[in-house]
Design a protein around this ligand. Structure first.
Ligand code: CUA
Length: 179
């Protein structure tokens, strides 16, 4: 029962006009193009980081980070240890309310396994000005193989709202020429 019944009672059984069929085909093909572009850009666009994730606990993770900090700290910067781990090694960055700990100093054109994990809530790792972004979760150790190709001072900002101190969650990363 309808207030405005269709004039033709079997309206759903009409053939589709040619132009509509054409648009459906175009839209479907475009959808396929965009789907395969995702795969293409993953390799060719250098936009998506290929990363690994492992379940971990804050205790075990911070123990690894502390060991690295104890072994390779080269100086202090406003209470933050500046850590220069050997090229090729596993490097640990801690995200927590509300800091990135410690400050890492990496060598240009050397490869590192960069670990990032949150000790508490969800944070967002955003490396500026190069704009590399990854989500940082509690309970997951994210590992990225990185090879910095430009020396300089980089900022790490948190781009996931994590409470009252979110806007103060700023870190630093140095890339230095090989010595
Ligand atoms: Cu951490 Cu916002």
């Amino acid at each position: 029962m309808s207030l405005t019944p269709p004039s033709q009672r079997i309206w759903w059984n009409e053939s589709i006009p040619k132009t509509e069929v054409l648009w459906i085909i175009i839209a479907f093909c475009w959808g396929l193009v965009m789907f395969f572009m995702m795969i293409w850009w993953h390799g060719a666009g250098e936009q998506n980081l290929s990363n690994e994730a492992y379940r971990n606990t804050p205790e075990a993770y911070s123990k690894k980070a502390d060991e690295m900090i104890a072994a390779y700290t080269v100086r202090d910067e406003n209470g933050f240890p500046v850590v220069r781990p050997p090229a090729g090694s596993d490097v640990y960055l801690i995200a927590r309310l509300w800091q990135w700990w410690p400050i890492l100093e990496l060598e240009k054109d050397q490869s590192y396994r960069l670990h990032v994990m949150s000790m508490d809530w969800q944070h967002g790792f955003s490396l500026q000005p190069v704009n590399i972004n990854i989500q940082v979760h509690p309970g997951y150790d994210m590992v990225m193989t990185v090879k910095p190709d430009q020396a300089g001072e980089y900022g790490i900002i948190c781009n996931e709202f994590c409470g009252i101190g979110h806007h103060t969650m700023l870190g630093k990363l140095y890339v230095v020429e090989q010595q």
